[in-house]
Design a protein around this ligand. Structure first.
Ligand code: UFG
Length: 333
């Protein structure tokens, strides 16, 4: 068998878009996913799926041996901030222990396998930095953010001790869907603003709640740095290319566009795209929401040449809507 990129969590939202981007770039791909929140239907035909859990070290060893993976992109994780506060041990076990098992299995191959790791802006917590550089203090406020930071630290320690090559990507607010509209966001419990607004436009929810309009921002609602999932997927391909070429062996990048949009601007854009004014109600602040989360995105632009193809909020919303409109029940129908 040829050399392959092994993608953990490759059947999930960001994972499945990245699998596609890797194939487009000419890589061979295999996926390791327990399908707890991913969907086999999100995978292109011909991509091998190891349906297994990172809590099972033997299954990881087997996937590494059978694919002879030349690199790993590691997405598999539980990702809900609120749930992580209610069920912290499940998050530490799945995200931290799962990642530890992966790193150990990689080391046990006796080969040096480059790793691209899926991290989050949640590692910064509330910060005064505007925009946020990679060097900002790391003080996650959620267990979710904590598990991602702990994994980053394990990876850095493995690099320091035995040269584990890595790139950490810290994502800001990921949204949108493949322009083909055949894969997209399909989470069981929807919490993301644009996805919820699309569900409201489909009549699956009565109205949109605006969580707070008294923040110290221009229109009083929170500012976020939205990035299209296909641009984020392409960022993984760039990061992987730099690692495989040996140009870098340790790097950490924010992945955002460096522009902030308010909740109001997002909802106005959804209204324009769906052609209806969605009912809106201002509700209280959601606990843990920082007023402003915007990336300093200079490093990834300058070092990796990252150039987004979908920089407009309108494109992000249009592709999300095209997916949800044609797949109102996600991958179920
Ligand atoms: N919002 C609403 N109404 C809703 C849903 C969201 O007003 O019904 C607001 C939120 O309060 C927030 C903004 O819309 O101000 C965006 O909220 P999302 O839930 O879409 O995204 P978050 O910014 O909360 O979270 C994202 C990722 C997390 C990651 C975090 C980094 O989803 O995984 O950014 O801080 F941890």
């Amino acid at each position: 068998e040829g050399m392959t990129i092994l993608v953990t969590g490759g059947a999930g939202y960001i994972g499945s878009h990245t699998v596609r981007a890797l194939l487009r770039a000419g890589h061979e791909v295999a996926v390791f996913d327990n399908l707890s929140s991913g969907h086999a239907a999100a995978l292109p035909h011909g991509v091998r799926l190891f349906q297994a859990d990172l809590l099972n070290p033997d299954a990881i060893m087997q996937a590494l041996a059978e694919t002879q993976a030349e690199a790993i992109i590691h997405f598999a994780a539980r990702i809900e901030v609120g749930e992580s506060m209610r069920e912290p041990l499940g998050y530490y076990r799945n995200n931290v222990l799962g990642s530890l098992n992966l790193l150990q299995a990689m080391q046990d191959t006796g080969r040096r396998i480059p790793l691209v790791f899926s991290s989050t802006a949640a590692v910064y917590g509330t910060t005064d930095a505007v925009p946020i550089p990679e060097s900002a203090p790391l003080r996650p406020e959620s267990v979710y953010g904590e598990t991602k930071l702990m994994t980053e630290q394990m990876i850095r320690a493995a690099h320091a001790a035995h040269g584990q090559p890595y790139t950490v990507l810290r994502y800001f607010n990921v949204c949108g869907a493949a322009p083909e509209a055949d894969i997209g966001e399909a989470h069981a419990s929807q919490t993301h603003l644009i996805e919820l607004a699309c569900m409201t436009a489909l009549g699956k929810r009565a109205k949109m709640m605006v969580f707070g309009d008294d923040y110290p921002t221009p229109d009083g609602t929170c500012l976020r740095d939205y990035i299209h999932v296909q641009d984020l997927a392409d960022a993984h391909v760039l990061a992987l290319g730099a690692l495989l070429s040996g140009r870098f062996d340790a790097a950490t990048y924010n992945v955002g566009l460096g522009q902030g949009f308010s909740v109001r601007e997002v909802l106005d854009t959804v209204d324009q795209v769906v052609g209806v004014r969605l009912p809106r109600e201002v509700a209280g602040r959601r606990p843990g929401d920082p007023p402003r989360l915007v990336a300093d995105a200079a490093r990834i632009r300058e070092e990796l040449g990252f150039a987004p193809q979908f920089p407009e909020l309108r494109q992000m919303v249009e592709t999300a809507w095209a997916w949800h409109r044609t797949h109102p029940n996600g991958f179920e129908f």
